[in-house]
Design a protein around this ligand. Structure first.
Ligand SMILES: Cc1ncc(COP(=O)(O)O)c(C=O)c1O
Length: 392
């Protein structure tokens, strides 16, 4: 984010704030689409950032929703239900039964376990509603099902006119920098799809695969993304499975559009260490892979200074815990009270993975910047103290 934009935002809004640049977001989707093979379409995992999903509706084929709360946000935003895959562990009977009666049905349900699959079967039978299901193949953790369970489901569904196994879902983790790991996993899934063909004469219409594409958060950790996507695309082309592949992506779509702005509100030197206290903190900003605030995130200062003494600063938030350190020993030129630190690449997860309720601090304002650089607030600063207040 350039200095002019930061200046304008600070004239209109209070720190701390999150800013999502919709122009950057849309360019990011175009960038990914350009570099992926033709049989690949994109599904946005809304957990990465629920605020921006409406802005993606016309350029993204599907939205992965993982909880009833996320589904409520989709309804509120009037997202097209047929583009939703209702995924995630633990769907309750009441939530699922309720969905069966809706005029516009949910596009696809993922099934995380045999118990969850049975729940979907019962609900569709009770309502007489035809539904599409994607069983999730486990990668060896608490998520998804084994190969044998999925085979059993496929055999069983042949007898059931209300169910359509439209694909297989697979997601094993995020921030996957290793193409070797991508290769191993794509080959593993491809082999399983081959087995389904050979043993059951079953080929799903599509594979929904979460590749966990990585995002750069820290200085000096950049990678050649063009090369990475090129090699990943080659791996897709080498698969025996030639039907549609949907890539479930959160971080890689949303991260680059976001910035978090927080202001220096206090400064001190205690026992030789410089501390700058900012009005935000770890309740509002979390970086995947940050370890004890040792790494230096992609960030820059406002105002920018060209002359002055560079000192190392520990940037601490406003929580009453020694853990509230955003960055340790960040070299900053001539830091002053009221200076603002702009953390970049913070559009995915960074603002929702924090301990937002701790100390009952307000949630920051959220501002959109559009393609013409116009800004508007899409969520006012919101208090959390009502949530932490008992209501006898
Ligand atoms: C099932 C599933 N799909 C997709 C994603 C998105 O992952 P990422 O943000 O790494 O793209 C997640 C993230 O947790 C997930 O659980």
């Amino acid at each position: 984010m350039n200095t002019e934009t930061v200046k304008e935002l600070l004239n209109s809004y209070q720190t701390p704030m999150y800013v999502f640049d919709i122009g950057i977001l849309r360019k990011r989707v175009a960038y990914l689409k350009e570099r992926l093979p033709e049989n690949v379409s994109l599904c946005y995992a809304v957990k990465a950032n629920t605020f921006i999903m409406k802005e993606l509706d016309d350029i993204i084929d599907r939205f992965e929703v993982c909880s009833p709360g996320e589904l409520s946000i989709c309804r509120e935003l009037k997202m097209p239900m047929e583009k939703i895959i209702f995924s995630g562990v633990y769907k309750t009977p009441s939530v699922v039964n309720d969905l069966m009666d809706k005029e516009v049905p949910i596009g696809i349900y993922s099934a995380e376990s045999m118990v969850q699959y049975r729940l979907l079967v019962d609900a569709s039978k009770k309502a007489g509603t035809k539904i599409k299901i994607m069983p999730r193949l486990t990668s060896g953790n608490q998520f998804g099902m084994t190969e044998d369970e999925i085979k059993d489901i496929i055999k069983e569904v042949r007898e059931n006119e209300l169910l359509d196994i439209c694909g297989i879902q697979f997601f094993s983790g995020t921030q996957k920098t290793s193409l070797k790991k991508q290769k191993r996993e794509l080959e593993h899934v491809d082999e399983f799809l081959q087995t389904l063909k050979e043993e059951l004469d079953f080929t799903p219409e599509e594979l929904e695969f979460g590749p966990g594409f990585p995002v750069t958060y820290f200085q000096g950790e950049d990678f050649d993304e063009d090369e990475y996507l090129n090699e990943f695309s080659n791996l897709i082309r080498e698969m025996n499975f030639k039907s549609k592949i949907t890539l479930e992506l959160g971080r890689s779509i949303a991260a680059s559009c976001g910035s978090y702005l927080t202001k220096v509100v206090d400064m001190k030197t205690n026992k030789g260490q410089n501390y700058a206290i900012v009005d935000g903190g770890i309740n509002q900003l979390v970086f995947f892979g940050q370890s004890m605030a040792m790494k230096h995130p992609l960030c820059h200062m406002y105002p920018e200074r060209e002359d002055g003494v560079i000192n190392n600063w520990n940037l601490c938030g406003s929580l009453c815990t020694v853990n509230d350190i955003l960055v340790k020993q960040l070299p900053i030129m001539d830091l002053k009270l009221d200076d603002v630190i702009v953390f970049d690449n913070t559009g995915a997860y960074c603002m929702t993975e924090g301990i937002a309720l701790f100390l009952s601090r307000d949630l920051p304002e959220i501002v959109f910047i559009d393609e013409y650089k116009k800004h508007k607030s899409v969520r006012k600063t919101s208090p959390t103290h009502p949530i932490n207040t008992p209501n006898y």
